[in-house]
Unconditional design. Structure first.
Length: 103
């Protein structure tokens, strides 16, 4: 699993039948900034398109999974996907420090 921020959405009117009705979001993975003090989140500089199965919104931090694991949820088991949002993050704590807390 990875921590990511939802930064946008994708609209695709032409797609395979199995994907009809599935919301697609642009997500940007984040990591703990280790060069400073482990108190900040920093982008990895990559972006992915993820299937949203839980109703995430732009600006929210989410948990994503990739690869074959993305097809292990009941909602995605028969979909041709590589990345899925599996949770909305409420808070992140590292070494007793709060790195992120949802407003």
């Amino acid at each position: 699993m990875f921590l990511a921020k939802v930064t946008g959405s994708v609209v695709a009117t032409q797609k395979v039948g199995a994907m009809v009705g599935h919301k697609l979001l642009v997500v940007e993975p984040f990591r703990i900034e280790t060069k400073k003090s482990k108190r900040d989140l920093a982008t990895t500089g990559r972006t992915f398109v993820a299937v949203d199965t839980i109703g995430a919104g732009i600006g929210e931090f989410v948990l994503i999974t990739q690869g074959s694991s993305a097809r292990l949820t009941p909602e995605t088991k028969n979909l041709p996907i590589d990345t899925v949002i599996i949770g909305i993050v409420d808070s992140v704590h590292v070494d007793s420090e709060c790195v992120y807390e949802k407003d």
